[in-house]
Design a protein around this ligand. Structure first.
Ligand SMILES: C=CC1=C(C)c2cc3[nH]c(cc4nc(cc5[nH]c(cc1n2)c(C)c5CCC(=O)O)C(CCC(=O)O)=C4C)c(C)c3C=C
Ligand SMILES: [Fe+2]
Ligand SMILES: [Fe+2]
Length: 326
């Protein structure tokens, strides 16, 4: 085998194969059994997961997925695939680009196998999480490690570091958010930066995610600063009974409306691709929460997805990490 080619593997979280309770159950069972995600001893957690959560949540979540499902499948998978195709077009013959999901399909192990079969002896793993968390970035690398553990002949591996404060990332977000704000039919008084939350305990135990979200928010806030727009930060998607990072997005949306904010836009700079959390939780439920509390105009801005700004940023980060290989 000649293994001189360079491979790039884009990795995102994962998503069910279909918006059905059965498919969502399979996905949640894998996701929520990851000890990087739920840091409760398995002897305590597994009975709760199998006895309660997997009997109730799949039906509710499948309904939510059904509201945002596209002809190309789950938004997260469809957009990650499009990002891989876009990056492939930008890198041309210089590298082979594939994409994988940490949970569900296509799996990290299967895509690493394909890259090797295509002659890639050097592979850059690019977890598409701007902010590092053990629950996301490290978990993706655990899956890479597990796949490598089964190989006699391993490829050389590099990893794209978190890019929460990278000037190219902040500039791409700023340009894309300004473009979208200018196209809105109303002028928002508040721009809410909503990041996915996590248990506060995970932060206390030393996970850098919270600090990196706040730094992205600070840099982006400086970049977007103007007199007629107040920028706020919040954390969404609370799961389970433990205390999560605060302030919670749903609480902030209602509180803003109650204190008189009429026009609000929300954007999620912690997601590289739109997904259930943006298209359903923010765009549908968030809207209901804000309008029910007295708001009049609400918009959810898109993630960077496959915009020129987003793809140019991804290409520049990947080329930088491939230096010496390309
Ligand atoms: C962007 C970073 C993410 C962190 C940090 C994160 C932590 C985390 N998430 C859960 C529980 C759930 N998350 C769910 C969906 C989901 N989470 C992320 C990203 C992060 N999660 C994304 C991109 C998505 C969307 C997936 C999609 O298919 O579109 C879900 C599933 C949906 C549902 O049933 O509500 C759960 C559950 C925990 C416990 C956690 C802890 C650190
Ligand atoms: Fe999550
Ligand atoms: Fe959610």
């Amino acid at each position: 085998m000649t293994a001189h080619r360079i491979g790039v593997l884009l990795v995102n979280l994962g998503t069910p194969d279909a918006p059905t309770p059965q498919a969502v159950r399979r996905y949640l069972a894998e996701f929520l059994s990851d000890r990087r995600v739920v840091e409760i001893p398995p002897l305590v957690w597994q009975p709760i997961l199998r006895g309660v959560i997997l009997n109730t949540r799949p039906k509710k979540s499948a309904h939510a997925y059904g509201l945002v499902w596209t002809e190309e499948g789950s938004p997260l998978a469809a957009i990650t695939r499009a990002q891989a195709e876009g990056l492939q077009a930008r890198l041309g013959a210089e590298a082979t680009v594939r994409w994988a999901m940490r949970y569900g399909n296509p799996s990290i192990a299967a895509e690493l196998d394909k890259l090797q079969a295509e002659g890639c002896g050097r592979i850059l793993i690019a977890p598409l999480y701007p902010q590092y968390s053990g629950a996301t970035t490290a978990s993706a690398m655990d899956a890479v490690g597990a796949a490598l553990g089964k190989l006699r002949w391993q490829p050389a591996i590099r990893t794209l570091p978190a890019y929460y404060d990278d000037p190219a990332h902040i500039a791409a977000l700023k340009a894309d958010i300004e473009r979208q704000l200018a196209a809105l039919p109303f002028a928002p008084e508040v721009l809410l930066l909503s990041f996915h939350g996590m248990p506060e305990r995970t932060h206390t135990l030393g996970d850098p995610y919270y600090a990196q979200c706040l730094e992205t928010a600070r840099l982006l806030g400086e970049g977007l600063a103007r007199k007629d727009l107040r920028i706020e930060t919040s954390f969404q998607s609370r799961f389970g009974r433990a205390k999560w990072l605060e302030p919670a997005t749903d609480v902030v949306l209602a509180a803003e409306a109650v204190k008189g904010t009429r026009r609000l836009a929300v954007v999620a700079p912690g997601f590289s691709a739109d997904c259930l959390e943006t298209r359903e939780e923010l765009a549908i439920r968030g809207r209901e929460q804000f309008l029910a509390a007295g708001g009049s105009d609400y918009a959810t801005l898109d993630c960077l997805n496959v915009t020129d700004a987003g793809m140019a940023m991804l290409e520049s980060l990947v080329r930088r990490e491939l230096s010496g290989w390309l």
